[in-house]
Write a protein that binds this ligand. Structure first.
Ligand SMILES: O=P(O)(O)O[C@@H]1C[C@H](O)[C@@H](CO)O1
Ligand code: HPA
Length: 236
């Protein structure tokens, strides 16, 4: 099983008997350039399931073409991975979402794809949240991918809401498309790291630091969530 941990990279510390490879030591692998994306491929076990975790991913805005962003998914498919858990940090567009909430991705809006930068489509979900008592802070929603690296303007936030998006981020969809192309089963979720600003009266601005802080403050509960999730998916 493959887990894509992006800025949730510290969660890789839960992996048992880890063997870590730095991306720069893997021939032709891209290297991570975004703060919080540590750039390691970590092999080991979680809930007695063999896993490989990407501690850091690649974004279109880093200058990588989507084929390069998603190449690691193809590499993992070639080494036998057939299930993917994909995660991201995302801004909450839905007014009911609070910082730290989890959103299961039931669908997506691929803005890069609208512009012709997209090969495929597809996403799936699964569910194990009750035993952790997280019902009130989980949702099922639509993830919209924008190109980044800048955050959205107020007009863009309001447009995304009108289009039916519940959360917005800068990643994930290309990996999901390629994973589906490689016949993987995919489960995706977003951590809501900020509430998107939709009013000109609001003088605050989104920033990467608050994204990292929101992730870190939820790290323990997310570790538990992913550990249970991997155990459950591994048994399917
Ligand atoms: O890799 P993800 O999508 O989780 O990282 C998000 C998107 C941007 O890189 C950054 C925004 O602060 O976090
Ligand atoms: O508000 C956001 N917008 C886009 N990407 C993001 N990643 C985390 N938060 C956001």
């Amino acid at each position: 099983m493959h887990i894509n941990f992006h800025v949730l990279g510290t969660l890789a510390n839960t992996i048992v008997d880890p063997i870590s490879l730095n991306y720069k030591d893997i021939p032709n692998f891209p290297v991570s350039t975004v703060e919080g994306h540590q750039g390691n491929l970590v092999f080991g076990t979680l809930s007695n399931v063999k896993v490989v975790c990407m501690q850091g991913r690649f974004h279109y805005y880093e200058g990588y073409i989507l084929q390069k962003c998603t190449a690691p998914v193809r590499v993992l498919a070639l080494v036998g991975v057939n299930k993917l858990i994909v995660t991201n940090a995302a801004g909450g567009l839905n007014p009911n979402y609070k910082v730290g909430d989890i959103m299961f991705i039931k669908d997506h809006i691929n803005f890069l794809g609208f512009g012709g930068n997209n090969p495929f489509t597809g996403s799936k979900r699964s569910q194990i949240i009750n035993k952790m008592g997280l019902e009130k802070s989980t949702h099922e929603g639509v993830y919209a991918m924008v190109g980044g690296p800048n955050y959205e303007t107020i007009a863009e936030v309001n447009s995304l809401r009108m289009l039916g998006a519940d959360a917005v981020g800068m990643s994930t969809i290309p990996e999901v498309l390629v994973a589906k192309h490689c016949a993987m089963t995919v489960f995706g979720f977003s951590i809501i790291t900020n509430e998107c600003i939709s009013s000109y009266d609001d003088e605050t601005e989104p920033n990467h630091q608050e994204v990292l802080e929101a992730i870190n403050s939820k790290a323990e509960s997310l570790k538990e969530f992913v550990t249970i999730l991997v155990g459950n998916i591994g048994m399917e």
